[in-house]
Design a protein around this ligand. Structure first.
Ligand code: AGP
Length: 609
């Protein structure tokens, strides 16, 4: 997620902004920049890479600026580069902006500016369009120009603007992306979130949605959507610096678990137009390409591989193409059968996992069409793919992957729908119902997250166990593997997942008195079968945690404890059922005193063999 810091006052804008941006580094970024008032003009310094690169540039000059805005960029439109970094300016450099979020109608505005105002653009970003738009409306009052510009803008964004002719002012807008104003002494601040300002202020205004804020050294004015000034209570921040980096959560993992409704919303809604049609940005695969495929490989590692297991069911069911899911470290060395009728789907949060990258190169060498599902824009896997389908999860900091997994699942469903619709193997009614079901997931996820206290209580019962089994059928089997991985990688409990029907072929020998078994039974058509499997392990003394859809109370006759998820169609229950397992792993690991965000022996991205 991008970071914003703005300052106006009697101190050094450069020093305070750079310091604030550094406090936002944890959020992940690929470039940074600063715009500052340089006595009657705006100077911009920006570059790809770490903030230290920006500091190296700034260290070469003496800057005495008291107004400025800064930004750390997490690329969405346009790969990470110096020219795509923020801030962006209009043509004559009289306006500079930094921007978080997405301007959904930037192409329409960009074309209008190019045609009617003969404006040329330097970057590939949607953000630069905003600087030009404000520039054409500017007539001496910055907030008026910003009001006019946001009336034309559609999307979710936090925006911060400065103008050459009003060097003591910053104007900022909040629309579906966080923004706060910091109250200083002889100075004031604007930022995308609290950590950036904690060193300087403890009194802030929380800017609400669709509000515009005008900041000068001795004043902060807040305007609502009707341009009326509003009064706002002062919020006192009592976080310590460490807590602030995690927006108040104890760990990044818990923060990222709670970011899943937003990540899933972003990943879906950017691909559905106003007519409910899927629009796949960045996908050049044509109808004839799709009809040409007679085989799909989904290749990945770890959690991404588990997302592929769920993706298999969806693509086979909707696109009627055989799908093979394989871990990359196996695929790359077995001389797989691949040709130009093969679609190779690589899934990778980091886009830098060596095994996945090597498997992708092997498939490409053999003629496959490569589509990647990636979270990090411009990463190696993304760059080497024919088509890229980004998860809009935002930076995932915790080693244990959570929001990347659920947004990868969302991408799998969208790709399956798109292929099935293109091939005509699903009809309009199925397509519309499926899309509607997906659109309901963010709200249903909020309900699942609301059960966090129950999961925390359950963890208190289980955290001393050294062996835990996960079982499920169909999509629940894939989620079982993911739930088991979450538990083992952060709590170090010896956890094992297996397709429930496979238990009787050997593994059930391990079930004894009080062995903990987590049994996923979300599939209506397999529910009775799962009740039988629960009976099997109960008969051998197991302690069973059942997980089912609301209303399937029969499971309580078998299971010792039951976790419920909201009703939804069978195919998409993994979007919901994985979250209680993520939370269970988190609270068990917390009770065991483990280093949750940085588990022993693990790396966030495995770039070695
Ligand atoms: C999952 O919690 C782990 N962090 C790990 O299995 C991870 O999913 C795997 O290394 C793949 O990483 P990638 O998605 O970045 O390729």
């Amino acid at each position: 997620m991008c970071g914003i810091v703005g300052y106006v006052g009697n101190g050094s804008a450069r020093e305070i902004i750079i310091d604030g941006l550094k406090k936002l580094e944890y959020r992940g970024y690929d470039s940074s920049g600063i715009a500052f008032d340089a006595g009657g003009k705006i100077e911009i310094r920006k570059c790809q890479g770490r903030i230290s690169n920006l500091e190296a540039i700034l260290s070469k000059e003496t800057i005495d600026a008291h107004t400025g805005i800064g930004h750390t960029r997490w690329a969405t439109h346009g790969a990470p580069s110096d020219v795509n970094a923020h801030p962006h300016a209009n043509s004559d450099g009289s306006i500079a902006i930094v921007h978080n979020g997405i301007l959904e109608n930037y192409i329409e505005i960009k074309e209008w500016l190019a045609k009617d105002y003969e404006i040329t653009f330097k970057s590939e970003t949607d953000s630069e369009v905003i600087a030009h738009l404000i520039g054409i409306y500017y007539d001496g009052n910055l907030e008026d120009a910003v009001f006019k510009a946001i009336d034309r803008m559609r999307g979710a964004y936090a925006l911060c603007v400065v103008a050459k002719d009003e060097p003591d002012k910053i104007v900022a807008v909040r629309k579906d992306a966080p923004l706060i104003a910091g109250i200083g002494h002889g100075c004031n601040f604007i930022a995308s979130d609290i950590p950036a300002l904690l060193k300087y202020v403890r009194e802030i205004y929380l800017i609400e949605n669709n509000e515009t804020v005008v900041v000068t050294a001795d004043n902060i004015k807040i305007y609502n959507a009707d341009r009326q000034e509003v009064k706002r209570d002062v919020f006192h921040v009592n976080w310590d610096a460490d807590a602030a980096e995690k927006d108040g959560y104890s760990h990044f993992m818990l923060k990222e678990i709670h970011e899943q409704p937003k990540g899933i919303y972003e990943t879906l809604h950017r691909r559905i137009d106003e007519n409910g049609e899927i629009v796949l940005d960045g996908i050049k695969m044509t109808k004839s390409d799709i009809e040409n495929f007679n085989k799909v490989y989904i290749v990945a590692c770890g959690t991404a591989y588990h997302a592929g297991l769920v993706g298999k069911s969806a693509i086979e069911k909707m696109a009627h193409i055989p799908v093979e899911v394989e871990v990359a470290s196996e695929f790359r060395y077995r001389d797989p059968f691949v040709d130009d009728k093969t679609l190779f789907i690589a899934i990778s949060q980091s886009g830098e996992t060596l095994d996945t990258l090597a498997a992708l190169r092997e498939a490409k060498r053999k003629g496959a069409r490569v589509l990647s599902v990636v979270n990090v824009v411009g990463s190696s896997v993304a760059r080497e793919s024919d088509d890229v389908f980004y998860t809009w999860a935002g930076p995932e900091i915790a080693v244990a992957s959570t929001k990347a997994y659920t947004t990868q699942l969302m991408c799998m469903y969208i790709i399956a729908l798109y292929m099935g619709r293109t091939k005509g193997t699903i009809d309009e009614a199925y397509y519309k119902e499926f899309i509607n079901e997906l659109a309901l997931i963010p709200d249903k996820l909020e309900k699942v997250l609301a059960d966090e206290p129950k999961i925390e209580e359950l963890a208190k019962q289980l955290y001393r166990n050294e062996h835990v089994f996960f079982i499920g059928r169909g999509p629940d089997a894939g989620v079982s593997y993911e739930g088991s991985l979450k538990l083992k990688e952060i709590s170090y409990i010896n956890s094992f997942a297996i397709a429930a029907g496979e238990l009787k072929h050997g593994t059930i020998a391990l079930i004894e008195q009080d062995t903990v078994v987590v049994a996923l039974a979300t599939q209506d058509r397999l529910f009775e079968k799962m009740l039988s499997n629960i009976q099997e392990v109960k008969a051998r003394g197991a302690y069973v945690i059942g997980l089912a859809k609301e209303g399937n109370a029969d499971i309580e006759k078998q299971a010792d404890k039951t976790i419920y998820i909201p009703q939804c169609i069978d195919e998409i229950t993994p979007l919901l059922s994985v979250v209680p397992l993520q939370m269970l792993a988190y609270y068990i690991a917390k009770l065991r005193g483990c280093d949750i965000d940085k588990p022993k022996n693990l790396a966030k991205s495995v770039t070695v063999e």
